[in-house]
Design a protein around this ligand. Structure first.
Ligand code: ADP
Length: 475
């Protein structure tokens, strides 16, 4: 494809030159010959009319001598590069610019007919067999007393016209050559601006097609081609990143599945071969049960995340009371809180605070955030859930005074499977998927979630929701 494009452009250039040459050689040539012929004829006719009205009339009125008229015509004919004759209506040569007319032996132009120039103002040919070479001839009548006394005829060889036309044609060829030379600039521009960048882009696409997404190239221009190059490299970067993510994801999933499976396998094997005595089976079966719970948890989270990631989440938006949802979620953690001696404090704005969102998904967000807050709080800690209203937004925050999240981890905790080093000891069951799910849900609502956390002090996750107009009706 690459060679063809350049080849096509060169071919177009050569065709342009060839057609230019053909046009100049045929059409322009004909036009020039025709133009020179007409121009010459016009000039000769003007001269002939002038002579007819001056010297020739004077001659017929016997005001000047034949010899003097002939001298004048000889001078003029040299200037016009042609022969000038004065003929009687019958065709007898009265005066000729080229030779003295012999009055004894009269010379006739046989078959002379002044009408041969009708239609045009000239005739081309041998002028009634007077010349061997083709000539252009013009005829102007000499009138006196309203009668035609004779004719002035001027004859110029056609070869002179062809010569003039061919010298003009040479100028046309030179012009064409200059145009072709100048249009080489277009070829150079095309090579620099289109062809070379396009080759780079094509080479890059070949590399990408072969799977080498890390191939780098540079198209340094700020036009459409530069934009195409930049977009292509951006696309390759994104694909490369997605591929890396995919690999990391599979590695993480495999790892997270393998450890509970290994422990289940180990315990069951030990029970079967008697390494674990029958009286301890209950204890280890409970651990096995816990591990299967963890696997179920992991599978459910993965499925949720997968559903959220598939093109555009379907949101079932309704107006609901977020305070009610907070109370419900808090209730479901009552048991755990009591067990861990953690108090749940609800600071809710008003009795009811309506938002417009997907109820089930927001429930899940709250559940994940409260679950984390409790998991990472010390015995006797306090988890506060707060609702607030600012402009058209409702702010929901989940705050704890637990282990906190180090600064360098705060960006990373939203990634799938990410767990901070601080938390690993505290939470063995965690999948590292909870916050990814939270972020996807909040994003799909076109809302934001923000984290303020200090290591050793606590964390505060705050997300926004769209305030419902229902609030105004109840105010
Ligand atoms: P997990 O299921 O492991 O809790 P998450 O995606 O919910 O996964 O959280 C990712 C990591 O972020 C956690 O493992 C923990 O390291 C950190 N984290 C989340 N919430 C808190 C919190 N409230 N306090 C301290 N660390 C937290």
């Amino acid at each position: 494809m690459r060679k063809t494009l350049y080849f096509k452009f060169i071919l177009a250039y050569l065709l342009f030159g060839l057609f230019g040459f053909i046009v100049v050689a045929t059409l322009v040539n004909n036009l020039l010959v025709e133009h020179c012929r007409q121009d010459k004829a016009d000039k000769l006719y003007t001269e002939a009319t002038l002579i007819a009205n001056t010297y020739a009339t004077d001659l017929y009125n016997s005001e000047v001598s034949l010899a003097s008229v002939q001298r004048q015509l000889t001078a003029l004919s040299a200037y016009l590069d042609s022969q000038i004759w004065i003929l009687n209506p019958s065709g007898r040569l009265v005066v000729s610019s080229s030779e003295d007319v012999n009055t004894e032996a009269e010379t006739y132009v046989d078959g002379f007919n002044p009408l041969i120039t009708t239609g045009k103002n000239y005739a081309e040919g041998d002028f009634f067999q007077s010349f061997t070479e083709p000539h252009i001839s013009v005829i102007a009548p000499i009138t006196s007393d309203f009668k035609i006394k004779g004719y002035v005829t001027i004859h110029s060889p056609s070869s002179l016209i062809t010569e003039e036309a061919s010298s003009l044609l040479n100028i046309s060829y030179l012009t064409l050559f200059m145009i072709l030379l100048l249009s080489l600039i277009i070829l150079i521009f095309f090579t620099e601006i289109v062809y070379i960048p396009l080759r780079k882009i094509t080479a890059a696409t070949e590399q990408y097609a072969a799977g080498n997404m890390h191939y780098r190239f540079n198209v340094d221009s700020d036009d459409e081609i530069g934009y195409l190059g930049a977009t292509l490299s951006y696309m390759a970067d994104e694909i490369a990143r997605a591929e890396d993510d995919q690999k990391k994801f599979v590695a993480n999933v495999s790892h997270d599945f393998r450890s509970p499976l290994t422990s289940i396998h180990g315990f069951l094997e030990a029970m079967l071969d008697g390494t674990i005595p029958a009286e301890q089976h209950d204890k280890y079966l409970k651990i096995v049960l816990q591990e299967t719970d963890r696997l179920t948890n992991l599978t459910n989270s993965l499925l949720t995340l997968n559903n959220l990631n598939t093109n555009g989440i379907y949101l079932s938006l309704t107006d609901f009371d977020i305070n009610e949802v907070v109370r419900g979620v808090a209730q479901s953690f009552e048991q755990v809180c009591r067990f861990r001696n953690i108090s749940l404090s609800l600071v809710l704005l008003g009795e009811a605070l309506y938002v417009n969102a997907d109820l089930e998904k927001i429930q899940q967000v709250l559940y994940n955030l409260v679950d984390n807050a409790i998991k990472f709080s010390p015995q006797g800690g306090v988890v506060t859930i707060e609702t607030e209203e600012k402009k058209n937004k409702v702010f929901v925050s989940v705050k704890d005074n637990g282990i906190g999240i180090p600064k360098e981890d705060q960006k990373l905790i939203w990634d799938r499977f990410y767990k901070t080093d601080l938390s690993r000891g505290k939470d063995k069951k965690g999948t590292g998927l909870g916050l990814s799910i939270v972020r996807e849900i909040i994003r799909s609502h076109d809302e934001n979630i923000n984290l303020v956390s200090t290591e050793g002090v606590g964390s505060d996750f705050t997300f926004t929701l769209k305030r419902s107009e229902l609030n105004d009706q109840f105010d």
